[in-house]
Design a protein around this ligand. Structure first.
Ligand code: SAM
Length: 371
């Protein structure tokens, strides 16, 4: 059987033509890309909508009432997502992260969690399933998600100060509601809970210490993310990035920390713990210390496009295969071909060109492919 070539045009986001190899070995979990990186982590965006308008992600001026979100028919159904995830698991994926947009806006999301929780690795093990949320609906949903099989959760929270938090989410959402969601997640037993704080110098960097003090001794891991040049709409500037090394110095002045070994290969956060037993924090230094070298993550967009890098400008249209009658063998072959060609390492290369200078106009937005 010869290769099938599916050329497709798209005006919304860049699209790569898909080649389905005629003959391909069955998935054996040993797939690796051109830089020898395995495929272990699949991030699945379940909606391109969000109820926040964080200036660094979905600025209000761009994503206003006139912005057209994807119609429901364009979104992958839960069955399509589960089927795709099953093929990825055969290829070696062990971790699934639901994201968005705001994933808790997708109706009946717990049903999807239940379907994904039923998947098993080739040797019969359950998968590591997690979800990233802005926490706005978490107080209401935490129990149903846990009952459906969600094990752990990451909540994004950029400040404790209500005025700063409201300014950052830009929809006047109060911080107390997110803190209530985190408490409920703890109460129902989701663990570990991680809190992600995007740090923008001059906007919320003075919230670093209050946040660190708040989450010390809570069992919750606070992770600081360098403000990144993702997408093309946030007007990113390097002088608004607080490098993790400087942030660590500020934390160290408050409480002594020591480095902790990575728990798993391909981990995004550098781990540190308080010497006095106050718990752990994480530093995600995507701008100043690129971690492309062991990136084992693939991203499935809301409408079923496979992106190989957060900074990619185009994705591979798996939905065309799913809806075009391809069987699982063909889908597995397509994924193997795509991953086998992967050589992306945007963050490592950005230094020379200057971050945000080269491809910014073409990069997809983070709310579309998921964080
Ligand atoms: N709505 C969910 C949430 O708030 O977690 C999931 C999607 S959101 C795009 C995922 C993560 O990406 C959030 O932690 C968010 O803060 C982070 N993020 C978005 N834009 C970013 C940027 N420019 N730099 C660093 N992190 C960013």
């Amino acid at each position: 059987m010869g290769d099938t070539f599916i050329p497709l045009a798209d005006l919304r986001h860049g699209l790569r033509a898909l080649v389905v190899p005629g003959a391909s070995p069955a998935p054996d979990g040993l797939l690796s890309d051109r830089l020898g990186r395995p495929l272990r982590d699949l991030r699945i965006s379940v909606t391109d909508r969000c109820n926040f308008r964080c200036s660094y992600c979905m600025p209000k001026e761009v994503f206003d009432k006139s912005h057209v979100f994807l119609p429901h028919s364009a979104l992958l159904s839960f069955e399509e997502i589960t089927r795709t995830a099953r093929v990825f698991v055969a290829h070696g994926v062990r971790k699934l992260r639901l994201t968005g947009g705001e994933p808790l806006l997708r109706k009946n999301l717990e049903r999807l969690v239940e379907m994904l929780a039923a998947l098993r690795t080739p040797d019969g093990q359950p998968l590591d399933i997690t979800l990233t949320t802005n926490g706005s609906l978490l107080a209401r949903k935490a129990r149903a998600l846990r009952d459906a099989g969600l094990q752990r959760i990451t909540v994004s929270l950029d400040a404790l100060d209500d005025a700063i938090f409201k300014r950052m989410n830009d929809v006047d959402f109060p911080v107390t509601a997110v803190l209530r969601g985190i408490e409920e997640a703890q109460a129902v037993g989701l663990a570990p809970i991680k809190v992600n704080m995007v740090v923008k110098r001059g906007t919320n960097d003075h919230e670093v210490l209050p946040m660190a003090r708040h989450f010390r001794h809570s069992g919750i891991v606070l992770r600081f993310i360098e403000y990144m040049d993702v997408g093309a709409t946030n007007g990113w500037r390097m002088d608004e990035v607080l490098p993790s090394a400087q942030l660590l110095q500020r934390l160290q002045r408050d409480h002594a920390l020591e480095a902790v070994d990575a728990a798993a290969e391909g981990e995004t956060a550098e781990r540190w713990r308080y010497i006095d037993g106050g718990g752990e924090i994480g530093l995600i230094s995507s701008v100043t210390q690129a971690f492309c070298r062991d990136c084992n993550r693939a991203r499935l967009s809301t409408e079923g496009r496979l992106f190989l890098c957060l900074f990619a400008s185009a994705g591979h249209d798996l939905r065309a295969l799913l809806r075009g009658g391809a069987d699982d063998v063909q889908i597995a072959a397509a994924i193997a071909a795509i991953w086998g060609q992967r050589a992306d390492r945007y963050s490592e290369l950005r230094g020379a060109a200057g971050a945000g200078q080269d491809t910014a106009a073409r990069r997809v937005e983070m709310h579309y492919i998921g964080g």
